[in-house]
Design a protein around this ligand. Structure first.
Ligand code: NAP
Length: 291
């Protein structure tokens, strides 16, 4: 059976790695902190001493880590996967990274003979664990076709946006628009709360109104209830994604992306207080009465 190396076992990566075991692949795993691998090891995964050790002999190397710095380290660091990966192996970067990093990493890995796909995902950790992610792929059509057996265990929908980097462009605009919606929602709800509206009626009206989206509906309930249990997406990750999107916008658009920059500022504030809490918690900062 084909051999997969999976690197990064956080909220998303842990469930994704388990899908390769479910599908019968031989799996090697590495995570910065080993404890998150324990149950995967008990299910048959091989614990690797480093990203390079995981990548040894792998047909596909899949990474799901936090950001550019983490991605750089697990691929191109001294013990990085690229140091030993066999030529023609698939390099599948699922982390949400900046567009610039996706292009530079793609260039570095391709020059070593790897077949690189930028493959950020949408879907929450439960979708990661059940193989129902949407994969946003940037790659040559041929590489995507050959890589499909390594993608279908984790993704039920595969969208091919074009060459390397294009999956990341879509992922960044998706998460930027989400950032703007959620920050706007927090301000709208804060105004309603401080004006003394019946928040049950406000929620009901949002759900049936034109500004509702699945994300707005989910976060509006959590914000009003101040229920931030089971954080799926943190202020820190959202801030990172929105910042990467603004950098991309600034390189493409004539005028500064004003609304996007405001969303980054809102998440900067949220991250300063509670970086690892659910992104919806920003309502607590915003919904305070005027002194
Ligand atoms: P997470 O739970 O915080 O996991 C982050 C992972 O990155 C962990 O494995 C962590 O290792 C590792 N990591 C962080 N810094 C590192 C470094 N310097 N070197 C090596 N490894 C490092 O985050 P997540 O929610 O799984 O998100 C992972 C990626 O998926 C992010 O790019 C995120 O934007 C994206 N994403 C998340 C969601 C979501 O709903 N959560 C949805 C779609 C996409 P440790 O375990 O040792 O800390």
């Amino acid at each position: 059976m084909a051999h997969v190396a999976f690197i990064g076992l956080g909220r998303m990566g842990h469930g994704m790695a388990g899908r390769y075991l479910d599908a019968g692949f031989t799996l090697a795993v590495w995570n910065r902190s080993k404890a998150k691998a324990d149950d995967l090891i008990a299910r048959g995964a091989r614990w690797a001493a480093s990203p390079a050790d995981a990548a040894e002999g792998a047909d596909a190397i899949v990474t799901m880590v936090a950001d550019d710095a983490a991605s750089q380290s697990v691929w191109l660091g001294p013990d990085g996967a690229a140091t030993v990966a066999k030529p023609s192996a698939f390099a599948i970067e699922c982390s949400t990274v900046s567009h610039r990093h996706a292009l530079e990493l793609g260039g570095a890995l391709t020059s070593r003979g790897l077949r690189y796909l930028d493959c950020p995902v949408t879907g929450l950790p439960d979708a990661a664990a059940s193989g129902k992610l949407t994969l946003l792929v940037g790659a040559s059509a041929a590489d995507l076709e050959h890589a499909r057996p390594f993608l279908t265990p984790v993704g039920s929908t595969i969208r091919h946006f074009g060459p390397v980097g294009s999956g990341t462009v879509y992922k960044l605009i998706n998460n930027l628009m989400g950032a703007i919606q959620i920050a706007g929602l927090a301000e709208g709800l804060a105004i309603a709360e401080q004006a003394g509206l019946d928040m049950k009626l406000v929620l009901e009206s949002i759900e049936h109104g034109v500004t509702a989206s699945p994300g707005v509906i989910r976060h509006s309930r959590r914000m009003v209830a101040r229920d931030f249990a089971g954080a799926t997406f943190t202020a820190s990750l959202r801030h990172k994604d929105a910042s990467y999107a603004v950098a991309l916008a600034e390189g493409l658009l004539q005028d500064p992306p004003l609304v996007s920059r405001a969303a980054v500022q809102a998440y900067d504030n949220a991250k300063a207080v509670a970086p690892d809490d659910d992104e919806a918690k920003m309502i607590e900062l915003i919904s305070r009465p005027k002194a």
